[in-house]
Design a protein around this ligand. Sequence first.
Ligand SMILES: [Zn+2]
Length: 138
Amino acid sequence: MPDRLSPEARSAHMRRIRKVDTKPELVVRRVAHRLGYRFRLHRRDLPGTPDLVFPRLRKIIFVHGCFWHQHDCRLGSKRPSTNPEYWLPKLARNVERDRHARKRLADEGWSVLVIWECETKAPDRLDRLIKSFLADST
Ligand SMILES: [Zn+2]
């Protein structure tokens, strides 16, 4: 980053970087990449447009935002404060769509791992989770 940026520009710049760095999907991609796996992103020809697809292993990782996909955690149990009559059915449809996609993928012989946004915040545990999922050949 150039030294001569104004403080305002600098903090805007830092915010942008931090946001990108902590985006759950990028965190997961970085780990899988570091472990030496090759994968494809967002394959639209597969149910649910999976985030990471490991074709040769026939494995899939979804990275889900806790709120949008209604994880059973603190982030996921937050209720929308405005327009609940709009949001609640929408969130319920997300959950239903996820379940449907996982089932179709399993029927087609894919192993599926869902990594939740909150899980991407504990790097060691995340590493182990991804490592054991991808290394498991059963
Ligand atoms: Zn969560």
